[in-house]
Ligand binder design. Sequence first.
Ligand code: ATP
Ligand code: MG
Length: 223
Amino acid sequence: MISKALKMIIMGPPGSGKGTISHRIVKDFGMTHISSGDLLRKQIHDKTVAGLAAKKFIDQGQLVPDDVMVELIVNELQPIKSPNWLLDGFPRTVPQAMALFKKEPVDVVINLNVPFDVIIHRIEGRWTHMGSGRIYHTEFNPPKVKGFDDETGEPLIQRDDDKPETVKNRLQQYQNLTEPVLKHFDKLGLLKEFTGKYSNEIWPRVHEFLATKTVPHQFTHYD
Ligand code: ATP
Ligand code: MG
């Protein structure tokens, strides 16, 4: 079986399950995962210049400026050898999308279309493992031991930007700045939309779709 290269983007409002679905895609299809949110949180944790600059925007639920984001992501994509990658959380504005397409062609864009009321409830109960980006929910997906990561046993944190006021700003920014990106990708014929409330409901459909685009992990040999 010949493996096909696939460069893809996953989109969706904050808290729509991009991280959860991305981890499942990585597991089953062996893509290299680049999450803009995880990258930014790592920069903040390491107290880099970019991290310090980004923190004040993130804490207010604002988007980090395009030039900072484009540089961060382009630097991350450049050394990747595998022709299969998955961008999660980038691009989020039309200028970011333009900058990306100048450097890299993209084959497919997935959009997770989850209602805003579901999202608000979900973000309120969300706990994150900083090191890996693994996500838990007090109700839907609790860790084995409350407050601690299943795999490392390290403490989970509740993100500062998951506070209700900040979540409202993030959803507003999504409507104003990110929805136009979806329209842009739709016009290019790249957009594939998945509507649902829960990751477990959306995931089988994403899996089925991707299986037509690529081959499962065990058949690929890029390392
Ligand atoms: P989730 O990851 O749960 O879907 P989210 O998409 O809002 O939620 P992240 O992707 O983790 O969260 O991003 C967190 C914050 O980082 C954003 O609210 C924004 O401030 C900043 N950020 C992440 N990616 C970008 C980007 N491409 N452009 C500008 N800011 C970004
Ligand atoms: Mg994310």
